[in-house]
Design a protein around this ligand. Sequence first.
Ligand code: SF4
Length: 322
Amino acid sequence: MFVNSKTVSTFQPAYLRLYESVELDRRVAEGLASLENCRVCPRDCDVDRLHDKFAVCKTGRYAIVSSHFAHFGEEDCLRGRYGSGTIFFSGCNLRCVFCQNFDISWEVHGRAVPPERLAEMMLELQEQGCHNINFVTPEHVVPQILEALPLAIERGLRLPLVYNTSAYDSMESLRLLDGVVDIYMPDFKWWDAEMARVYSKAPNYPEVARRTIREMHRQVGELVLDDRGLAVRGVILRHLVMPGSIVGTKEICEWIARELSPDTYVNLMPQYYPAGKVGPTLYAEINRGIDSREYAEALELAWAAGLRRLDSREVARGKRLM
Ligand code: SF4
């Protein structure tokens, strides 16, 4: 059940403290240097992105942005009244065959943006009244986000930052983000290495995700809301329920309750639909949405694991399937 028990009424984004010392500048320099032999994510491609070479994520020196806007489809604690200020990065370090943003992640539609423009986008979203800056698919552009951040702060950025990730991150990136990100929103996709290999082309995904989510939780802890019910700090953990129980919902829920906390805010998402490379001939076993029984089963598993802070809107949405 959704429990709005942890609230705060004043808010200071985490990054201000680092900005006021030289630490944020130091992290920018370290992040940019890491692009030269890129190991920004667990793919360890070793290409020189400073000279615009690229590999799996198809992104060179500058981040590619497909869109930025006030998003009203995110969790209630992010969208609030005026929306979550999402910046959608193109390219991706995972290769999910069912990706619902295939044109952005695989085909990389969008524009390369220098840090000044990325900073402006954050400020435009703040100007529109958005409650946070929500970086979507940021795993491969952590140095570029860090590079833009001081430019935005010096022009008045004060919103909390949401790092909206697949959890396929490097520990090095998370070290650079410690004290910068206020809200981590990892999507724990796979428990089983073989499933991760077949459907996301990343057999080491489960071990990476367990490591990175644990670290995110160590940095920011459980989700904290302000007196308007808006997220200001902590972890929001997402898990997409898929057809045929292939994702390991039971094991993932048990792991969250055991290794993080039963009070972890968890969004069990029912909205899977076939997209990307999935069709009647390729990956036919997932060429359908989930049915009511499958979502009910996922909920039961979460409750049985002891999780007691499930996103209420998605639970209601899932129940409409039933
Ligand atoms: S960020 Fe991109 S180039 Fe760098 S290691 Fe990851 S996939 Fe490879």
